[in-house]
Design a protein around this ligand. Sequence first.
Ligand SMILES: CC(C)(COP(=O)(O)OP(=O)(O)OC[C@H]1O[C@@H](n2cnc3c(N)ncnc32)[C@H](O)[C@@H]1OP(=O)(O)O)[C@@H](O)C(=O)NCCC(=O)NCCS
Length: 173
Amino acid sequence: MLIVSPTARISPLADIEESVRGSRIVIEDDVVIDSFVKFKPAGGCGDVVIGRGTVINSGCVFYTGHGIRIGAHVLIAANCTFAPTNHEFGDPGRFIHSQGFQPSRGGIVVGDDVWIGANTVLVDGANVGSGSVIGAASLVRGALPAYCVAMGVPARVRGSRGASTDCTNEPNH
Ligand SMILES: CC(C)(COP(=O)(O)OP(=O)(O)OC[C@H]1O[C@@H](n2cnc3c(N)ncnc32)[C@H](O)[C@@H]1OP(=O)(O)O)[C@@H](O)C(=O)NCCC(=O)NCCS
């Protein structure tokens, strides 16, 4: 089921596939979804909720898997992948595609006011605290605290957000 706020702005070139297994995809008020963003129901029955005011840039992919919850006013840069599901691969004698999916590690949760840098990959169990910044090309696979600056593969906390010294505080994305 697809539930989209009338105030969300979704590019006609975005592709949101409806689930045939009952996953809900909820796009809240004032969300902006750019061209070539893909929502793909696969690998589980989780819901996807994109919180109000969140901006998703081009090329991002969201697999529904065990579920994704994005908070409010989150900025997601280009080409990020949200993959809250893992193929089961334990039996080397069978094709991976015939082994189903691993149990949930909790899906993906992102708090409010988070900035996720371009080309970041988040996997099942990723949990990013509110107010955090994730550097470009990171791999997020577990819990990261609120208001941290984290980056790398896997992402590690390298700092925290302090007072901004930038005077060009335009509300651009
Ligand atoms: C993370 C980021 C915001 C910089 O944060 P910062 O706190 O100012 O970090 P600094 O530039 O001072 O770098 C601190 C350290 O982190 C490293 N670092 C910075 N960005 C990194 C990244 N994405 N991945 C891995 N390491 C990174 C630096 O090399 C430096 O390492 P060192 O201490 O060993 O020298 C920036 O590098 C980044 O990744 N921005 C994302 C840009 C983007 O995706 N924009 C899309 C348009 S919205």
